[in-house]
Design a protein around this ligand. Structure first.
Ligand code: ARG
Length: 266
């Protein structure tokens, strides 16, 4: 029942805030209070934006909760630094706008750290290594990136998959079809609107795993570079950035991050 779920959710939040508040108080006692914590030892709440159509990093479970690797990471960071995170599904492009205009404090959304984005945003240290993959129909002739030169490519708009398609075909190519989400881009491969899609490796593999009847295959290509995900804040928001890096460093050191991601970062 919806009401009951809501109540449970609220109670969980209340309990979580108490626990986090306790951690915050403890830390304040040990290390002196930092600007972001009130003198009473209350915790700061930070508002997080994400695009929850991106399993295994962020997606909705059957009860309507946002879950995934990224969510586990912010929770683990929050526990370390005594900060409570409120997670909002804002969508991919609004995420960038809302960080810029201050509606949200940070983004976690499998966001690749790129030089271009670094002009407008600051990133934490990396927490995950990724690369691009091509996804196409099982019976397609496509075997490598170069085969997509004159093909229709579906991408999630303004992602690194989109940029990879533009590098191949040119920025203004009309054979690149940008969609709002990655699952839509993949669905358009199944529908035959596009010949292939390009997207983040773990997300494509998760989609194929979760949709065994979709008759899709994933293709690697050496020309896709390594990418690293980071948490993103508005450029110059060093206060939040330092807190996040502090928590991230702790969960790197205590093995929690590797446990969550299943990946060892150096
Ligand atoms: N890693 C890619 C990028 O930063 C795609 C991320 C898309 N994330 C999402 N939750 N939709 O461009």
């Amino acid at each position: 029942m919806l009401k009951k779920n809501l109540f449970n959710l609220l109670m969980t939040f209340a309990a979580a805030s108490l626990i986090l508040a306790a951690c915050g108080a403890e830390e304040n006692g040990a290390s002196g209070s930092s600007d972001s914590k009130s003198t009473e030892g209350e915790t700061t709440k930070l508002v997080v934006g994400t695009d929850a159509a991106y399993a295994p990093f962020e997606s909705f479970d059957n009860s309507g909760n946002i879950v995934g690797i990224d969510i586990d990471i912010v929770k683990a960071i929050g526990e370390e630094i005594g900060v409570e995170f409120e997670i909002n599904n804002v969508g991919w492009e609004p995420l960038f706008q809302q960080i810029t205009n201050g509606e949200i404090d940070l983004g976690i959304s499998a966001i690749t750290i790129t030089d271009e984005r670094k002009e407008t945003y600051d990133f934490t240290e990396p927490y995950y290594e990724a690369t691009q993959l091509i996804v196409t129909k099982e019976d397609s002739d496509i075997t490598k990136l170069d085969d997509l030169k004159d093909k229709k490519i579906g991408v999630q708009i303004n992602t690194t998959g989109h940029y990879a398609a533009q590098d191949l075909q040119g920025k203004t190519s009309t054979n690149i079809l940008p969609y709002e989400t990655t699952p839509i881009a993949i669905q358009e491969v199944i529908n035959g609107t596009v010949d292939a899609a390009i997207g983040d490796n773990a997300v494509i593999l998760e989609y194929i795993k979760n949709n065994p009847d979709s008759k899709l295959k994933a293709i690697e290509d050496d020309s896709f570079e390594k990418e690293y995900y980071g948490l993103m804040v508005k450029k110059g928001n060093t206060e939040v950035l330092e807190q996040l890096n502090e928590g991230l460093q702790k969960i790197k050191e205590n093995g929690k991050l590797a446990e969550i991601t299943g990946q060892e970062l150096d």
